[in-house]
Design a protein around this ligand. Structure first.
Ligand code: NCD
Ligand code: ZN
Ligand code: ZN
Ligand code: ZN
Length: 419
């Protein structure tokens, strides 16, 4: 055994004081006592699987003033995210074999965390080729949002769904109905919500489920409207994700354009319904939709400010804080931050069990601290959660190597493509 990690390990749905033996970056044994060359003894601290964030925008290539693979993946590790899935709305967009191949090379040389890359659906994109090139999944935008990826036309949607079904890949969807989007000018979060009402989301989800092809695995990104919950709960072959911002923030947050995001922050009732659904075991994943923009861009007039907010570093800390406050159980969180997301994308991650990658996060659940943008690692240097409490990892292991300890990077950069 190369190394042993000792602590209260979250294995079968509850924490048990035991040892994790690591060999060649994988978990080789889980047992009451083990011997190894190096022993990391974390006493009674909690050991959970590294988080798999299935929805992040690393902004590279094309918008590295907002973030890049190095800064974004380092922020991810500091927040307990050992694997991230990057979205294709970069510049150029990841919609051809060539752009996917180039982004893979870029990420492999720059990422501190393991990663997978989504390919985007665009008129004429060769989904079969993108799948062969090693996309982790396929992303479809049903409405215009940040970036150059055009909304697909209703006519081509059915064909595209059938093409993705053939590849066997998960189709992750930004579900907002372009035709129901309001065009009124906006100066507040309430105005932004008026232009992207709850029906905007439910209508898109309904249409998607109607047209969905045989065998297609649909994943609904960032579910935000309370009326969407029953639609998803009753559908077959459909998974879904919820974000911390839709759980914790609403249109009354005093954030101005820094709270502008798609789908929008909605009403308190929506937020509460999402929270209740999470406790009732709805939603497969909690994902950040980490979508950084610079302070200068966000300080534009509300109408012109881009949509999106950063979050990859604060997702797990905020969720563990909710466990600490007894609003959620550890199982509610760990299941959605690691086990299920890894399962959905067929990754050898997300569990503390023999054979899985030794991606581990050590947590002291009794120690939270105020979130401060100054302490985070985003290039954009702001957070919508300034001043809130979060439980940050004490240490983070990536494939058996200790990468982060007490808030400092101590490991060598070694992020790998998971496909
Ligand atoms: C995202 C972005 O900025 O890339 N913006 C957002 O408001 N969520 C795009 C997206 O996920 O829709
Ligand atoms: Zn989206
Ligand atoms: Zn997104
Ligand atoms: Zn509380």
């Amino acid at each position: 055994m190369d190394a042993i990690v000792r602590g209260r390990c979250y294995t079968d749905g509850r924490p048990v004081q035991q040892c994790i033996g690591i060999s060649d970056g994988k978990i080789a044994a889980v047992s009451g006592s083990l011997d190894g060359d190096i022993v990391y003894d974390f006493g009674s601290k909690l050991v959970i699987p590294g988080a798999v964030d299935i929805h992040v925008h690393m902004r590279e290539p094309g918008a590295t003033q907002k973030e890049d693979f190095a800064s974004g993946s380092l922020a991810a590790l500091h927040g307990g995210v050992t694997c991230l899935l990057d979205m294709p709305n970069t510049n150029p967009p990841t919609t051809t074999s060539k752009t996917l191949r180039e982004k893979k090379e870029l990420a492999a040389s720059r990422s501190y965390a393991d990663f997978g890359l989504f390919a985007g659906v665009q008129a004429g994109s060769d989904i079969e080729a993108l799948s062969r090139e090693g996309a982790v999944g396929v992303k479809l935008y049903m409405a215009g949002t940040t970036g150059d990826l055009a909304a697909t036309s209703p006519e081509s949607l059915k064909e595209e769904l059938a093409a993705v079904a053939k590849t066997g890949k998960v189709l992750a969807v930004h579900a907002e109905d372009e035709s129901l989007r309001g065009r009124g000018s906006e100066s507040s979060l309430a105005d932004h919500l008026k232009n992207r009402r709850n029906e905007c989301e439910t209508s898109a989800i309904r249409r998607l489920l109607e047209l969905s092809a045989e065998g297609l695995r649909v994943h609904i990104c960032h579910v935000s409207a309370r009326e969407s919950i029953p639609l998803i709960a009753n559908a077959r072959n459909v998974t879904s994700e919820v974000t911390p911002h839709h759980l914790l923030l609403d249109k009354d947050a005093m954030l101005g354009s820094f709270g502008k995001v798609n789908p929008p922050l909605r009403r308190r009732e929506d937020r509460q319904a999402l929270f209740a659904a999470l406790k009732e075991t709805r939603f497969d994943a909690i994902a950040s939709d980490h979508a950084p923009h610079t302070t200068e861009e966000k300080e534009e007039d509300f109408d012109f400010a881009p949509s999106g907010m950063p979050g990859v570093e604060t997702t797990l800390p905020l969720m563990i804080q909710l466990v600490r406050e007894r609003h959620l159980t550890l199982e509610d969180v760990v299941r959605r931050t690691s086990r299920r997301p890894a399962e959905m994308f067929g990754l050898n991650k997300g569990r503390i069990a023999v054979g899985y990658d030794a991606d581990l996060v050590i947590i002291d659940p009794a120690t939270s601290r105020e979130i401060r943008a100054d302490d985070l690692h985003y290039r954009c240097a702001w957070t919508p959660y300034e001043g809130r409490l979060g439980v940050f990892p004490k240490a983070v292991f990536l494939r058996g190597e200790i990468m982060i300890e007490d808030g400092s990077l101590i490991g060598e950069r070694s992020g790998r493509d998971v496909v």
